[in-house]
Design a protein. Structure first.
Length: 114
């Protein structure tokens, strides 16, 4: 099962270029870690001070390899002082989309639950 982490960063406007460069560097370092499927970095299209990282691992235990990478502490020490708020982290187990599913019909009572 693929394990995914999504990280949101909000950066002080005067440090956008520094963080952008550090994220690109981090992507190149972490993509090489054992068990890492992908390590993507993105910048918000409307607000250049907001960034997202999508980390995909073969399994949840591979996150330990990521955290054990010596670059992990360096990255955190460099980026944290440049943020406007603490890093927002979401851990997810990717759903298996390879099998056919039957979607139940929508009913009126289901719509009112929204």
């Amino acid at each position: 099962m693929v394990f995914t982490i999504i990280v949101h960063l909000a950066v002080k406007s005067e440090h956008v270029d520094k963080v952008k460069a550090k994220l690109i560097e981090a992507s190149r370092v972490y993509a090489k870690d054992k068990g890492t499927i992908d390590w993507f970095v993105s910048q918000d299209a409307a607000d250049p001070t907001k960034f997202a990282i999508v980390e995909r691992y073969e399994q949840q235990s591979d996150v330990q390899t990521h955290v054990s990478n010596p670059y992990y502490k360096e990255f955190g020490a460099y980026v944290k002082p440049l943020l406007t708020k603490p890093i927002e982290l979401h851990s997810l187990a990717e759903m298996d989309t390879s099998k056919d599913v039957e979607v139940p019909p929508q009913t009126w009572s289901d719509e009112t639950d929204q």
